[in-house]
Design a binder for this molecule. Sequence first.
Ligand code: ZN
Length: 233
Amino acid sequence: MFMYYDFLYLLAISPAVILGLIAQGLVSSAYHRGQQIPAKTTGFGAARRILDSAGLNDVEIEQVPGHMSDHYDPRARVLRLSPEVYQSHSLTAVGIAAHEAGHALQHAHGYLALGIRNMAVPIANFGSGIGMILLMIGIGFHLKMLAIIGLLLFGSVAAFQIINLPVEFNASSRAKAELVGLGIVAHQDMGPVNRVLNAAALTYVAATLQSILAVLYYAYRLFGASMRSSSDD
Ligand SMILES: [Zn+2]
């Protein structure tokens, strides 16, 4: 039954897993290094300046518990920052806060990919859970239609992650432009900020790649196996 964790599957997704581990290592080292370098203001201060300068005085900034729990909530129009980012005067804090403010700017400016992403969130959440279960039952009991439906639902997660990539890249490029443009970080001091944001972007790329490889693997198992007619587990 639990054939998904077989050796071939692990082999198929291994490039993405390795890339993900590298990206996580880069994020944590860039995060901690940037924390040691003081900035003119806190994460809160940077986000507030960026939002206010765009006329988004009504977008509130709240502190939420957790490490790297920072996010922008488009429904509540609230920017939520982790305590480390909210309170600290560091390049890491202003970089991450500016990235989240970048999502608020996307929202305010009707950035298309963000709208598509927000619509895709419930579909992807549904697809990731039920899709995997249907796929497992379908392959396990040789119910091909069920497996195909599962694969499509599971594929919706990969599609969501692909749509999400330009949203993340764009939020970071807005963040970098705003930090320099508003004089929060001098252009020559942007190195540590860029390293944190680029490493974070790489984690999204790795996760997306992993989903794509998983979908391809399952598709191969479903359709490749039927072509070989007798091959089985
Ligand atoms: Zn983001």
